[in-house]
Write a protein that binds this ligand. Sequence first.
Ligand code: NDP
Length: 492
Amino acid sequence: MAELDRKPDRAPVPAGWDYAPAPEARDVVSIQERYPLFIGGEWVEPRSGEWFATVDPASEEPLAEVAFAGPDDVDVAVQAARTALADGWSNRSPAERAKYLFRIARILQERSREFAVLESLDGGKPIKESRDVDLPLAAAHFFYYAGWADKLEYAFPNRSPRPVGVAGQIIPWNFPLLMLAWKVAPALAAGNTVILKPAETTPLSALLFCDVLRQAEVPPGVVNIVTGDGRTGAELVTHPGVDKIAFTGSTEVGKAIQRQLAGTGKRLTLELGGKAANIVFDDAALDQAVEGIVNGIYFNQGHVCCAGSRLFVQESVYDDVLRKLKRRMGTLRVGDPLDKNTDVGAINSRQQLDKITELVRAGEEEGADIYQPPCRLPEKGYWFVPTVFTNVAQSYRIAQEEIFGPVLSVLTFRTPDEAIEKANNTPYGLSAGVWTEKGSRILWMAQRLRAGVIWANTYNRFDPASPFGGYKESGFGREGGRHGLEPYLDFE
Ligand code: NDP
């Protein structure tokens, strides 16, 4: 509680503005002790006989045991998806398919609090993000693609679109339910059936989604969920019964998948890493830009493929921007993901915390200056203080590699040409941000930045109607919008 400064001649004035705890109720979601695999509309014990634990990264407490899908399990799931395809999912009237997608969207809205709490428990993200970003966007994706299901002929005129077949979908741990929605919604709208593999550290929201599938009476086998680790993903990639692979994750695994699928004729889309440039010109509204910088890198603990992890500031406003940024960082509240006031939650896993720690150490060793605001971290769980590096050379690892944590590298530039040159100096090309008052400069920059998504005077805005995807080592193929249907369709 804030202490009161009691001056005799004035009303009491709070001496500080500490927030009281505001925890979201955990009991809105009931977590099972064990989750088998979801295949053919049924809960199925794993043939592998293996299980693994998923833990709450904020407390390191185990939340549930989850089935590990081995090769035989993946095979059964693929058969179930093929049967559902042959049994007529793809031949159903498109309006009928849309009906299921609309139902899923509405159920997600109805059960959004339950899903948001589960997402924060299993993944460590602040409840205000899972509640206000992940869940509304996941529902919006299903609504959006429901609208396309009976309009494919109009979306692709004179091209006779038809489903590709069975899609294997592999998703990461940073936006578990949202990535599921990005993948499942367009696949079903286009008439495909699906086997989805969630990430090892965040399987629970995909498993709760199975309940939604049943509630929506989606026919058995249309969506199958196989939990496991990278080995399960690899089985799915190489299974001959799968017609298309959609992968979101690291560039390293994405490259391995591309090599494995070369020459097989299987369709592939890859949404991989990023090292986005967030570029602030001297005519930008600086307070607004600072909010965008903070949102760009500290949203979801920086576990965001399109995070604005390289900040480029025009030299004439460098001191102002850094002063404002450091002051703003001092107000970020790090802690319990289920507290509604929390801005930065827990790091997703021990492994990811180790990776962030290693790269931050490399930044210090290479000669960059580190700034971290005073911050008391919880004793248990995986945490990292929001961090800024200044005095960064382009060659440093922290300016080149994807850290995937709350760590910002700040560089400077003098002219727009120099900003472009430096921003494009990366193997990645997923996203970028431009902050300036001049519309013409925004367009000039957007034409030259090699990035799939460019935000102007904002950052991390997503909309199901807007295609998302990368250039270069950030992958290929687009998700979202009409473009997001194409990878799931064959044409005459
Ligand atoms: P991975 O690329 O390993 O994981 C992404 C998904 O692929 C997970 O479901 C994973 O399973 C699965 N997978 C792993 N290996 C294989 C394989 N050989 N074949 C098929 N599927 C596989 O990312 P990590 O979780 O290991 O994260 C490492 C780094 O990747 C992060 O530090 C970050 O830099 C980057 N990353 C980027 C993401 C993005 O959105 N661009 C998302 C996630 C990570 P499982 O997790 O169960 O092992």
